[in-house]
Write a protein of this length. Structure first.
Lengths: 208, 968
């Protein structure tokens, strides 16, 4: 991951004027901006480690804004998107927002609206990165668990007593306790509640 | 000696007989010839013969004495007969008489052989008796010679004794055949003379012919009884002499008569004279006297006993008074006859009737003059062969004619035939021949007949038949029959005496052979519904003696219904009613026609009523209405039952505002004699409602300047409809305008981006600019850059708006001009290129160089392109694609435009529905786009349709006719 000079606003709009104008605006508030004419151009770009967001025109030739959004999602790139459009199409905005867009603005928009959205987006991205990092960490810890330990963990977070877990798993309660301990340890969970939270974060589905 | 005497006697007798016989013969011949010569002189000759006879008879007596001696000189054969021995001796003459040769031994048997069978018995008897008693023989008998000749012989024998004292006869046998014959003739002659005498007497008296005998020497005149009567005396009343006789001759004729008679007698001619005599009573008679030649007779003078020759004349006198009259009458008759003959000839000529006589035995034919003329020949007198007649006949008729003749000849009936003949000049005539078979006066079988030239008659007959045929045909065609009744009006009964002509029977379908129908039969032929009225009519005729003219239905025996018109007229002679006469006509066709006509008139009136069209004929100048249909009257608000509404009243219904125009139009039309077609309003006469009328007037070519015939139509509904249509058209135009506005809206929507971009960019640039300026210190460079961008973007926006301007124009009425299609397509592509790019749509244009210019409304055409291209973009906006515009000529030489996309495509079913109004798939769409596009196409005479592509998307095609020049 390349280290950029602070948070970056990526701008994708096929209209040059627009690109320039938005870039200018972003830079006028001291943020870094990079503009692209097409989605493909953006995708070719290396991902950055700094929080970033995307100001994206819905109507783009070849790959529409929504398509890009999908594609980014597909490739796991989670960059907050602010849609801008000349059309004020309600279904479109609903769809865009539903798919995770931060904001949906119609041109001409108020500069403040855009800047606010950018701030919000950057923040989100930052938070998201943090969260991602955290989860990454948790995942690492989880990975270190053995299968049995995972199994136990899954059941622990459901609020089951050791006894219950033991019968469920088909092991002794003592074993379960041991595994539980390992889990707590490896997971670096201070408490069961914490473990639960970790499990939530890891999105572990209880075994039924 | 005795034999010799006998012989002499016989001879004498014979001679005497002969001579007297000869004399008689002469006399008879004379008498005969005289009788012959004289058709009228016959009686004279008979008289003379009678005289001769008397004289001859006297002579005859004298001669008898000589006969006795003269007979001896004749050839007589002698014979001797010795009775006991039967020996016979014959002289040569005897042999000759009996027809034996000298060598033959004479026997009694031989004699008997010769005796005629009929006399044999008598002769035998005599000879037997003679042989017994020796009396003298005297027998006449016939002998039959071997060669069949019959002679008469007379045998005389005297009995004596021979030397031996035996009985012996000596005799003579004389051939008295001639004498016998002469005797017989004489007898006959005597008889006939007696008869003649009697007849003569009779004839004399019947013929009023008397004779006279005049001894010239003595002057003695002997008259017959008739002569006395003729001269008006009683028979033998007094003695006559020449002086007396002369005196009786009419004084005027006397001299001429006697002088002529003297001359003629001298010459030796039989004087025949006619002269008048005057009877003692004074009566004048006509007589004819014939005088003989001079006769000489010898007479012994009474005084001196000397016989002298006397000249005698004798003759006849005949009272020819009646004869003369008869002759005169006969002459007159003859003249009349001749005249009649001439008239007959003339009549024949006039009647073209000739007669002919056909001698059947000789096949010779005699023709009258007219017959020659009929045959076209020159009249000749002589007869000719019947075959010639046949040749002149028409070959087809020849056989029939001769067969008819043959039949008549065979059966004795009259021949009657018509046949044709050819005259020598080739002309054909038709003749009618009649012939009767008879024997003529000479006993020859003839056919007497007539032939009449009936050619003209035949032609006339033909013409008559023809005209009769035409007449009866005419009657038949006209279906008119006649009837008459002497009973109707006088005497009423079941069997009214009515005469029907043939045509009436035909009309009713009755058979004339059944006779006139009875009243019952007649009425039963009438249609049941009409029977009552017809009966009433007849009763009326009967009672009131009036005329009638009624039409009723009848039912023919075959069931067919006919209309029959019966016209009856009362017959009045000298003020007296005599009955009825009339005609009966089959008027079925007329009646049906009339009914149909009435029906059609009703239909017409109804049609007029339904269509609110009235017909009329009028003269505008005189204001006269010749014809007004009920509808014409009604539509103006008048009452059809009102009589004769004048033209002025019609004119007054015209709306006051329109009256001047109408008047002007009518005046113009009447002045120029032309047709007119005007529309105007009227105020109905009854309720004042305003109606729109259209009146068409046709100048009626009858010569009257202002005579017009035409129709007037109530077009109020049409007018309203037209107004409605106009309103709708306006709405349509407005709708089109709205559509354009909408499209403009769509375009605007499409271009919104185009505009929004520069404007949004400007705003953002302006925002940035302000922020650059808000920096401490302000970043003027960046601010300037921003300002520049704003300017650029502003201009960009203005451009886009300019491009849209053409669509702002509100719909004026469509203006057609020559439009360069290629140019419009280019404009559209430019207009929409940004939009297309935005939606990842590539526009391809395949403009054929031959794309023609067309006559179209530019704005409407742009509208069409806009609509179709926006639709294509719309179809592809989510996916992107290719928009292809093709233009060129199709096979029919029309402009063909195709706009295809690779979008969502057409609905599978009812593709055509997409062109319907209010059919839309867009949430904000009006659904009018394609409908209006189609309407524009159709108004330009083009077509629009859509097809699905083989791949994705659809193609919209439209064609427009290529106009070489602008149409008015």
């Amino acid at each position: 991951m390349k280290s950029a000079a602070g948070p970056t606003v990526f701008i994708i709009d096929d209209d040059r004027s627009m690109r320039q104008a938005i870039q200018d605006l972003v830079e006028s508030v001291g943020l870094r901006a990079e503009a692209f004419a097409t989605g493909q151009d953006f995708l070719r770009k290396q991902p950055t480690s700094d929080p970033s967001c995307l100001v994206l025109d819905v109507r783009l030739p070849q790959m529409s804004g929504l398509d890009l959004q999908r594609q980014l999602a597909d490739t796991g790139v989670q960059i907050p998107i602010i849609f801008i459009t000349a059309h004020g199409d309600i279904p479109m905005s609903v769809r865009a927002l539903k798919s995770g867009a931060v904001e949906f603005l119609t041109k001409p928009f108020r500069d403040q609206d855009l800047l606010d959205a950018i701030q919000q987006a950057l923040q989100r991205d930052s938070d998201a990165r943090e969260q991602r990092a955290e989860i990454h960490d948790l995942q690492g810890r989880y990975q270190s668990l053995s299968a049995r330990e995972r199994e136990v963990m899954t059941l622990v977070v459901t609020g089951m007593l050791n006894k219950q877990i033991a019968s469920e798993v088909g092991a002794s309660e003592a074993t379960v306790k041991i595994h539980r301990g390992h889990v707590m340890q490896k997971m670096q969970a201070g408490s069961a509640v914490e473990l639960v939270r970790m499990a939530d974060k890891l999105k572990l589905s209880p075994r039924k | 000696m005795a034999a010799f005497l006998i012989f002499l006697v016989i001879l004498g007798l014979s001679v005497g007989l002969l001579s007297s016989w000869r004399r008689n013969r002469k006399l008879v011949a004379q008498a005969r010839s005289t009788t012959q010569v004289q058709v009228d002189e016959r009686t004279n000759e008979l008289e003379r013969a009678n005289e001769d006879l008397k004289r001859d008879q006297a002579e005859l007596r004298r001669r008898w004495q000589y006969l006795a001696e003269a007979q001896r000189l004749s050839h007589a054969g002698t014979f001797g007969w010795k009775v006991p021995s039967g020996e016979l001796v014959w002289s040569d003459e005897t042999y000759r008489i009996l027809g034996f040769t000298r060598e033959t031994n004479p026997t009694l048997d031989l004699v008997f052989d010769r005796v005629h069978p009929d006399d044999l018995d008598r002769v035998r008897q005599l000879s037997d008796r003679a042989a017994q008693n020796g009396m003298d023989l005297d027998v006449e008998h016939r002998i039959l010679l071997p060669d069949g000749v019959i002679k008469y012989v007379h045998g005389v024998a005297h009995a004596g004794k021979d030397s031996s004292g035996n009985l012996e006869y000596m005799g003579v046998v004389t051939d008295i055949t001639e004498r016998k014959r002469a005797e017989e003739e004489r007898e006959a002659l005597s008889r006939s003379l007696q008869e003649s005498k009697a007849r003569l007497e009779e004839a004399q008296s019947v013929a009023h012919v008397g004779y006279w005998d005049w001894d010239l020497e003595t002057g003695e005149i002997i008259w017959s009884d008739e002569t006395y009567r003729i001269f008006g005396f009683k028979p033998q009343e007094c003695r006559m002499d020449i002086e007396t006789v002369r005196g009786l001759v009419h004084p005027d004729d006397r001299e001429a008569l006697y002088s002529t008679v003297d001359e003629e007698v001298a010459v030796g001619v039989h004087p025949v004279h006619q002269h008048r005599i005057v009877r003692p009573s004074g009566e004048v008679r006509n007589v004819q006297s014939i005088t003989s030649k001079l006769w000489k007779t010898t007479a012994v003078g009474p005084e001196d006993g000397i016989s002298r020759e006397h000249n005698r004349l004798f003759g006849t006198v005949q009272d020819i008074t009646e004869l003369k009259r008869a002759k005169e009458a006969s002459h007159a008759l003859s003249r009349d006859l001749q005249e009649s003959k001439d008239w007959l000839e003339e009549a024949q000529r006039v009647a073209h009737l000739g007669y002919w006589v056909w001698e059947l035995e000789t096949n010779q034919v005699i023709w009258s003059e007219e017959t020659y003329r009929i045959f076209g020949l020159v009249p000749k007198g002589d007869s000719f062969d019947v075959a010639l007649v046949g040749e002149m006949m028409h070959p087809d008729d020849r056989e029939a004619v001769f067969m008819t003749a043959k039949k008549a000849i065979d059966t004795g009936t009259r021949a009657d035939c018509e046949h044709r003949l050819f005259r020598p000049d080739g002309e054909m005539r038709v003749v009618h021949s009649l012939g009767d078979v008879r024997k003529n006066s000479q006993g020859r079988i003839q056919m007497f007949g007539t032939t009449q030239d009936i050619t003209d008659r035949k032609l006339a007959e033909q013409a008559l038949r023809q005209s009769q045929f035409y007449l009866s045909e005419g009657e038949r065609l006209a279906h008119i029959g006649s009837w008459a009744s002497t009973d109707l009006g006088i005497r009423w009964s079941e069997d009214l005496n009515i005469y029907w002509s043939d045509e009436v029977y035909k009309i009713f379908g009755f058979d004339p052979k059944n006779g006139t129908p009875s009243l019952q039969q007649f009425l039963s032929a009438v249609h049941p519904q009409d029977q009552a009225s017809l009966t009433a009519t007849m009763k009326k005729l009967h009672e009131e003696h009036c005329g009638c003219d009624v039409t009723n239905r009848i039912i023919r025996p075959d069931g067919e219904i006919r209309y029959v018109r019966c016209v009856g007229i009362p017959v009045v002679e000298d003020g007296v009613f005599k009955g009825y006469r009339g005609t009966t006509m089959d008027v079925t066709e007329q009646e049906l026609l009339t009914q149909e006509l009435r029906r059609e008139q009703a239909y017409l009136a109804e049609a007029q009523r339904l269509t609110h069209t009235g017909s009329w004929a009028a003269n505008f100048v005189t204001g006269q209405n010749f014809h007004l249909s009920d509808e014409t009257v009604r539509m103006h608000g008048f009452d059809p039952s009102e009589e004769a509404i004048p033209f002025e009243r019609f004119f007054n219904t015209v709306h006051t505002e329109d009256q001047p125009a109408v008047r002007a139009a009518l005046e113009n039309a009447t002045r120029t004699g032309t047709d007119y077609d005007i529309e105007y309003r009227i105020r109905r006469a009854d309720d004042g409602e305003i109606r729109f009328f259209r009146s068409l007037g046709h100048h009626h070519p009858s010569g009257e300047m202002a005579g017009y015939v035409g129709t007037t139509m109530d077009i109020t509904e049409q007018k309203h409809a037209a107004q409605e249509r106009e309103r709708l058209r306006q709405i349509e135009a407005d709708l089109a305008h709205i559509n354009r506005i909408n499209m403009m809206g769509e375009l605007a929507a499409a271009l919104a981006h185009e505009i929004k971009q520069p404007i949004s960019a400007s705003i953002t640039s302006a925002n940035a600019l302000l922020r650059w300026l808000a920096h401490d210190p302000p970043d003027l460079e960046r601010a300037r850059a921003a300002a520049t961008r704003i300017e650029q973007d502003g201009n960009r926006a203005a451009d886009v708006i300019n491009r849209l301007r053409s669509f702002y124009k509100k719909g004026a009425p469509p203006e057609r001009e020559i439009v360069d299609v290629k140019e419009i397509i280019q404009e559209m592509i430019v207009l929409l290129s940004d939009e297309a790019v935005r939606h990842s749509i590539t526009i391809h244009s395949e403009i054929d160089a031959e794309t023609p210019n067309i006559l179209a409304d530019r704005v409407q055409l742009q509208q069409v392109f806009m609509n179709l291209m926006l639709n294509a973009i719309e179809a592809m906006k989510d996916t992107g694609g290719d928009l292809t515009i093709r233009s060129g000529l199709n096979t029919e030489g029309q402009l063909l435009i195709s706009i295809s996309d690779t979008g969502v495509g057409l609905p599978a079913e009812n593709t055509e529905r997409i062109f319907d109004a209010f059919h839309t798939t867009k949430p904000q769409g009006t659904g009018m786009g394609l409908a209006i596009t189609r309407s524009i196409m159709e108004s330009h005479g083009g077509r629009i349709w859509a097809t699905a592509n083989h791949g994705a998307g659809a193609t919209f095609h439209f064609t427009l006719p290529v106009e070489a020049e602008a149409h008015a």
